[in-house]
Design a binder for this molecule. Structure first.
Ligand code: SAH
Length: 223
């Protein structure tokens, strides 16, 4: 099985479909090996554009959803990023590839919070094996409350469906910051929401369309 070829083919399709629109996201998607972030028994499906089961009843998102969220965030080298819901660590690695490319002098960083200890361990191993450990910090905790100790962030992504946009996440966003978050009931179609904070701190919301994620737990998640 040639993963590099399969990866290239999938990314070409996502470009053709208009999901991938920037060189940055395209390069990141071509660089991060998704097969290293799925369970061994699912490796052969790593480049099918579909979510896959990981541990603890959770899933790694579909490649098109990761690409869409990265595009919506407009990630740039140097950004400090917070991800809520590490899962496999794949999406965190994608973000790191954009905000802190290997040969770039500008070094951003990705902080990613995961509530399941088993997944913290899984993600850390995946991130170390693929060479992202210096650019991604995996933290065990309730990310629905954000991660105040490293705030404010240039960008925040939430990869689990929330009942609403937690105010605390908006507070942890810098001026000119962006946040993407699926909002809605677990088991139903949710809305991928882009929250933008302008220079003065004024916040606007945009609905980017339907999506399906596992539920956000914790203080500001679903009970
Ligand atoms: N971004 C992941 C996919 C995440 S699936 C990837 O690239 O693989 C959503 C994840 O959010 C699950 O692992 C789930 O355990 C985690 N999660 C749910 N509620 C959370 C919370 N309050 N804080 C941190 N992680 C949470």
């Amino acid at each position: 099985m040639n993963y590099v070829m399969e990866r290239k083919r999938l990314i070409e399709r996502l470009v053709m479909e208009g999901v991938i629109r920037s060189e940055r996201v395209k390069t990141a998607m071509l660089t991060v090996p998704r097969e290293e972030f799925v369970l061994p028994e699912y490796r052969k499906y790593a480049y099918v554009d579909h979510p896959l089961p990981i541990l603890a009843g959770q899933t790694i998102s579909a490649p098109h959803m990761c690409a869409m969220m990265c595009e919506a965030l407009d990630l740039r080298p140097g950004h400090k990023v917070l991800e809520v819901g590490t899962g496999s660590g794949y999406h965190a690695a994608l973000c790191a590839e954009i905000v802190a490319p290997k040969d770039s002098k500008v070094k951003g960083h990705v902080y990613t919070v995961e509530i399941e200890p088993e997944l913290v361990e899984f993600a850390r191993k995946n991130i170390e094996r693929t060479g992202y450990a210096d650019r991604v910090t995996v933290i065990l905790g309730d990310g629905s409350q954000g991660l105040p100790q490293y705030a404010p962030y240039d960008r925040i992504l939430v990869t689990a469906a929330a009942p609403d946009v937690p105010e605390t996440l908006i507070r942890q966003l810098k001026p000119n910051g962006k946040l993407v978050i699926p909002v809605g009931m677990p088991g139903y179609i949710q809305f991928l929401t882009l929250v933008t904070k302008d220079e003065e701190g004024k916040v606007t919301y945009e609905n980017l369309g339907g999506c399906i994620f596992v539920r956000l737990r914790g203080k500001y998640g679903w009970k």
